[in-house]
Design a protein around this ligand. Structure first.
Ligand code: AMP
Length: 553
């Protein structure tokens, strides 16, 4: 039903290319394409400020209405008819292009002092909007369209509206991640120009992180592919006839850095049947894997690879000094056929029929279904000197450019950080009405200065607590509230969390200058108070310890 309405609408835009592109972005709950550098930088508080400025509402009225509706779009629909300002110009009806132009203007307004200008553009837009337009405009700006449409349904509507095979639409979407480009190519009957093909690199599939075998088993509750995590550089190998190319994580060409791989890639053969020994040549493929510095059955330190990559003229001596292997763990294209919509089980099956010649090898993996099996594989991986494990959902397709839970990595956990909650935000969906997102801070210096001015924000965590714990902590947080900001509250620094994380990055977003990546609450440290939290010095130490891992990817 929804798809039909959407497909009629998209068909009606057939002659308005620009509107068509904007419409599919909006319906996919986006403003800019995936990976675009443009961001709106319009926060909740700015929207509230604008609404209170154009309507005669004070902040307590706004707060009450917001809590009543729980939706900022509905709040805007309520506020806009109460406008006490009028448009300066003869009001033109809003069009998709005129809206988009002003949204782009907001995104382009950056730099110091720009927040006032962004606010004013938004204000102008809302003054020109009808209440219903304001409702959806704000939902789009806030990234919360919530009309029951997913990008998947928009893809179906595109395929029907422009008579394209849904499989092709999906594949083009996986490769480009840009729904506005996909709709344009569909309309022009040019989708085939974006299908996966050898010698054109595609974005890599990425892994999420989990912290223990127990967490993994509890989450999936089914057998998983469990593979060594090799510590090297991610590389995509493409073969097309007599050409071989190797691409890096950022899709630059690495072929010349590893000449021994190109030489043996031509010798890969396909086994025609399990029973016979006959092997045949392979016309083309795209492989995913890791180049690892490797000698005497052991991985060498990752930095050894730098010698290869940064050399302009690679000598035979350097090649001999830094032996490598290319460990293949996936295949996205094989003999004229894209495999990205096949399950990894099937892709591994294909790989198992290919014989590579060293230094190209197939990765080592097995199926696991218990904590014990994961732990013993993890130990094996560490004993050899690898980084840990990557576990893969056996039914998952290859999702270019996506980080999801189809693949999860399990590494030796970095140290945890004890930090104090300074801001708490209300959640969404199942977590509406409870404070479920916590901004936490560490101490700036190590002495016993526990004042707020000595705290530095180092991240925001929203996972790791049970629903019960969230309810309890919500009550406690409300009791120590310093300031109510609508969707979030500022609290007295009192509740201490033990936070686990994947890595630490430098960041301008927080005043500590660092951000914990993928933070997870390990526990609420009832036994600690703000004087016990960690300092920025510890954050820096961990950051430095893991720098070599961060810098290579
Ligand atoms: P990280 O760099 O810690 O985010 O971990 C993800 C990276 O691990 C990938 O980008 C690959 O470069 C690397 N990796 C090593 N072994 C595997 C494997 N078996 N499967 C997938 N990725 C792997």
């Amino acid at each position: 039903m929804k798809v039909n309405i959407l497909l009629d609408y998209l068909s009606s835009l057939n002659d308005e290319v620009e509107s068509l592109c904007i419409a599919v972005l909006f319906f996919s709950n986006r403003i800019f394409t995936q990976g675009s550098k443009s961001v709106m930088n319009i926060g909740f508080s700015t929207i509230i400020k604008v609404l209170s400025e154009i309507a005669t509402l004070d902040s307590s009225q706004i707060q009450r209405i917001y809590l009543q509706h729980g939706d900022i779009g509905a709040l805007s629909e309520y506020a806009v008819p109460k406008k006490n300002v009028v448009s300066l110009f003869q009001q033109q009806p809003l069009t998709l292009s005129s809206i988009y132009e002003r949204l782009k203007q907001i995104a382009d307004t950056i730099g110091s002092g720009s927040s006032k200008d962004r606010k004013n553009i938004l204000k102008g837009l809302l003054i020109d909007s009808s209440p219903l337009e304001a409702k959806y405009l704000i939902k789009i700006i806030n990234g919360e369209l919530r009309i029951g449409l997913t990008e998947g349904l928009v893809e179906i509507a595109i395929s029907k509206a422009f008579h394209q095979d849904l499989g092709y639409v999906r594949e083009a979407m996986l490769i480009s991640g840009d729904i506005s480009k996909v709709v344009l190519l569909s309309k022009r009957n040019l989708l085939h120009t974006m299908l996966i093909k050898p010698l054109t690199p595609i974005s890599y599939m990425l892994a999420d992180v989990m912290f223990s075998a127990e967490e993994i088993i509890n989450y999936y509750q089914k057998p998983l592919i469990c593979e060594f995590k090799y510590d090297g550089i991610r590389a995509q190998m493409h073969k097309s006839g007599q050409q071989i190319r190797l691409f890096s994580r950022n899709l630059s060409d690495l072929t010349n850095a590893f000449p021994e791989l190109a030489n043996v890639a031509f010798e890969a053969k396909l086994s025609l049947s399990k029973s016979s020994e006959s092997l045949s040549d392979i016309e083309d493929f795209i492989l995913d894997g890791e180049v690892v510095a490797f000698q005497d059955g052991k991985p060498l330190h990752f930095q050894e690879l730098q010698k290869r990559i940064h050399k302009k003229n690679l000598t035979e001596q350097v090649v001999a000094e830094t032996p490598i292997i290319y460990v293949v763990f996936d295949i996205m294209y094989f003999n004229g056929e894209s495999l990205i919509k096949k399950s990894i089980k099937e892709r591994k099956e294909t790989l198992s029929n290919i014989y590579f010649k060293e230094p190209i090898i197939n990765s080592i993996y097995g199926l696991v279904n218990s904590e014990q099996e994961i732990i013993s594989m993890f130990e094996k991986s560490k004993d050899i000197g690898h980084e840990g494990l990557v576990l893969k959902d056996t039914d998952s397709n290859y999702h270019p450019g996506k980080r999801g839970r189809y693949w999860v990595k399990l590494k030796k956990e970095l140290d945890t950080i004890d930090a104090v909650i300074v801001i708490a935000e209300y959640g969404h969906g199942k977590r509406a009405g409870v404070l479920s997102d916590y901004t936490f801070a560490v101490k700036n210096d190590n002495n016993n200065n526990n004042s707020i001015s000595n705290l530095r924000i180092s991240g925001k965590a929203y996972s790791g607590l049970t629903d019960d714990e969230i309810h309890q902590i919500t009550k406690r947080l409300k009791s120590i509230m310093i300031k109510n900001e609508g969707t979030r509250i500022i609290v007295k620094p009192e509740i201490v969390l033990e936070v686990a994380f994947d890595s630490i990055q430098k960041s301008n977003r927080h005043d500590s200058g660092f951000a914990l990546r993928f933070p997870r609450i390990k526990s609420i440290r009832e036994d600690k108070n703000v004087s016990h939290i960690d300092s920025l010095q510890k954050v820096k130490q961990i950051y430095e310890k893991q720098t070599y891992i961060m810098s290579k990817k």
